[in-house]
Write a protein that binds this ligand. Structure first.
Ligand SMILES: C[S@@+](CC[C@H](N)C(=O)[O-])C[C@H]1O[C@@H](n2cnc3c(N)ncnc32)[C@H](O)[C@@H]1O
Length: 385
């Protein structure tokens, strides 16, 4: 069983009124105290016989002010009793949820955000250089525990221990809270993704990008190649909505296995053909799939931002020479990352005797590092005459 946060056992203060006075009291607070929070929304409102008990914030000055004014209008009693956590309460920030739980001097080290993948939260402490790690380690666990208590589906919290790296684009993770179970099911945009956050690449931050690509004008009979498919995030999202044929490749055997599972798990309109090979193999004359796909793709997705540029020979081999759409992801240096990315792409395409017919879109997808951004460019490209 998951341990609950401290709040579950706490005695807190309530203002107890007759049920019939409940709405009058709420109106009174609205009129006299406007945006000041008097009712503590982290706890449930309780009902006892014909009484209603509003949990109130732990702020004596505010309590005194309210009592003074309400006294003239409504009969009430201030009582202390165990509060029941309100599972629907959303803290606006992790900092807020941790108030009073870790010393103020450490509050600047509390991450501003974290990722949630299925039952897993993934957190990064990126400012810890100047503090005593041994002492802060206890607080890391407290932070992880609070993340779990404010997100009712989160049972495991990992800390990022490295950058994304290696051929399979994975990162090291260390468990801070809960069981070290890295396999999970993540739901997004009506799709279900089985992922293993330690052994397959998956970023919940690309949710809008996947939605965007799937909702572009994709024709029903298209042949699409997802060159670096991972667990199938782009492919599944597209095939969920469109009756297309997608050849999805990944070199990581784990990603391939999950990709196959995800094809089964999602009720797809289109067809996905998963492959566990290095896409570079497709260009080999003996590779039958490469020969089959040569000059046939109408759309290619290249989401390997650090290295996609090295695979343009494969993309131009597979793409219809008469023209097709390329969704190209790349880390690109500032300033002008989009312009740099386009220039780089154009130069490389020329090397293979291909050209840009039109630029459909280019944008920064997300911040990557102090020096660079993740950029996507959507282009129509064709073989030069
Ligand atoms: C950045 S991830 C993107 C995964 C997926 N498109 C997504 O957005 O969730 C890149 C993926 O490409 C795979 N990969 C890297 N080099 C490859 C290659 N030469 N051939 C096929 N897959 C490759 C990695 O294993 C990894 O799963």
């Amino acid at each position: 069983m998951r341990e609950m946060g401290n709040n579950s056992q706490a005695e807190i203060l309530f203002i107890k009124l007759k049920m019939k006075d409940g709405q009058t009291f709420i109106n009174f607070l609205r009129n006299k105290f406007k945006n000041t929070q008097f009712i503590d929304q982290k706890f449930k409102i309780l009902h006892e016989n014909d009484n209603i008990l509003f949990p109130i914030v732990n702020d004596q000055d505010l309590i005194d002010k309210v009592i003074l004014l309400v006294d003239k209008e409504i009969n009430f009693e201030i009582i202390s009793k165990e509060g029941l956590p309100n599972e629907n309460y959303k803290y606006r920030t992790l900092q807020k949820a941790l108030e009073g739980k870790i010393p103020d001097k450490y509050s600047e080290f509390i991450p501003k955000s974290y990722d949630i993948v299925g039952h897993i939260a993934i957190i990064e402490f990126d400012k810890l250089n100047n503090i005593n790690n041994k002492i802060f380690n206890n607080y890391k666990q407290k932070i992880a525990e609070v993340i779990s208590s404010v997100n009712k589906n989160v049972e495991t919290v990992y800390e990022k221990k490295s950058q994304i790296k290696g051929k399979y684009r994975l990162r090291e993770l260390e468990v801070l809270y809960g069981d070290d179970i890295s396999k999970t099911i993540h739901k997004e945009n009506d799709c279900i993704f089985k992922v293993d956050v330690k052994n397959t690449y998956f970023s919940p931050r690309l949710v809008f990008e996947r939605r965007r690509i799937a909702s572009t004008e994709i024709q029903e009979d298209e042949i699409i190649v997802d060159m670096f498919a991972g667990v199938g995030t782009f492919s599944i999202q597209i095939a969920k909505e469109k009756n297309v044929k997608i050849y999805a490749f990944d070199i990581n055997p784990n990603a391939y296995q999950y990709l196959k599972d995800n094809v089964e798990l999602n009720n797809l309109k289109g067809r996905i053909i998963p492959n566990n090979i290095d896409v570079k193999d497709l260009i080999e004359p003996k590779n039958q799939l490469g020969q089959l796909l040569y000059n046939r793709a109408s759309r290619i997705i290249m989401n390997l931002p650090e290295d996609s540029i090295k695979y343009l020979d494969i993309a131009t081999f597979l793409m219809k020479e008469s023209g097709g759409i390329l969704h190209f992801y790349q880390f690109s240096e500032k300033p002008n990352p989009r312009e740099r990315s386009l220039k780089n792409l154009e130069e490389q395409l020329t090397r293979f005797n291909w050209e840009i017919e039109s630029i459909i879109n280019s944008k920064i997808v997300k911040h990557y590092s102090p020096k660079s951004e993740l950029v996507v460019v959507d282009l129509k490209i064709k073989a030069s005459k």
